[in-house]
Design a protein around this ligand. Structure first.
Ligand code: ATP
Length: 254
């Protein structure tokens, strides 16, 4: 298929002290594709997610969504531009209900940033359509029976589902999932995989970080490999194990 990138990023760098966590000269994510992002611990995958979704500021670089430059926008503006994410360590507000966590997703904020969005949001008249959409999301992720429970009472896997439900509230074009399967019990793993595939089937652009190569091969259309902050290889998932750079950088280390 002809390339049709929805996100294009160039020369993105981010250092912490002396460590260059991200040093990506070029990366793009194709519209409607499920891209698996892999690489050893410390390769910079999470930092790249943080930069592209406005949760951290790049030292340099530029990127665009659908041709519109969005570099260095804060997270809620990235969400409005159609790019949302979930976290490796889920960030639901544990003392709010499951339903309210999802409703707050409509602000485009996530994690502790939702707290800042909370008061103005509560003072606005509670919009029926937000509540309705939140319930639809809870149905989709089979969390409806938990709607009025504190988010803190959910299992690890249920929190991953809650994060996806929350992220989808803004009707995004791109969802970036940071290790959606980590810390999830086997019973929910299949369900999570199913949800990721469904998003792809619906035409959503999905980027996800994952360490399990079987999962990567099962779910991804395309795989991007990072090591030491840079993209070192990419290609169709089926060609992964025949790529010597991948084997050296990643598979060999496991
Ligand atoms: P993992 O698979 O373990 O999640 P990763 O590929 O997501 O790893 P990052 O978490 O992005 O890698 O880390 C890249 C590098 O940047 C690492 O050396 C890490 O220690 C460093 N780093 C990331 N965030 C910070 C921070 N806030 N302060 C200091 N160093 C950081």
């Amino acid at each position: 298929a002809k390339p049709d990138p929805i996100i294009v990023a160039d020369h993105v760098t981010r250092s912490f002290g002396g460590i260059r966590a991200v040093d990506v000269s070029h990366i793009e994510f194709q519209r409607g594709c499920i891209t698996g992002l892999i690489g050893p611990n410390g390769a910079g995958k999470t930092t790249l997610f943080n930069l592209l979704t406005g949760f951290d500021r790049a030292d340099s670089g530029s990127w665009s969504v659908d041709g519109v430059t969005v570099s260095r926008m804060p997270a809620y503006r990235m969400a409005r531009s159609g790019v949302v994410r979930t976290f490796q360590l889920t960030k639901a507000l544990s003392k709010l209900t499951v339903l309210d966590n999802v409703r707050l997703g409509a602000t485009g904020q996530s994690g502790e940033r939702m707290l800042g969005a909370l008061m103005p949001w509560m003072w606005r008249k509670q919009e029926a359509e937000i509540t309705e959409r939140a319930h639809a999301m809870l149905e989709r992720f089979k969390l409806e029976t938990k709607a009025n429970d504190f988010a803190g009472s959910l299992s690890g896997g249920q929190r991953k589902l809650l994060e996806m439900a929350r992220a989808l509230m803004v009707d995004p074009k791109v969802i970036m999932l940071d290790e959606p399967m980590a810390g999830v019990n086997p019973a929910l793993t299949q369900s999570l995989l199913g949800h990721i595939k469904s998003l792809g089937d619906e035409g959503m652009t999905v980027v996800f970080v994952e360490h399990d190569m079987d999962v990567i091969r099962d779910v991804s259309d395309w795989v991007v490999v990072m090591a030491q902050g840079a993209v070192i290889a990419e290609g169709p998932a089926s060609e992964l194990s025949s790529n010597s750079a991948v084997v050296d950088a990643y598979l060999g280390s496991h």
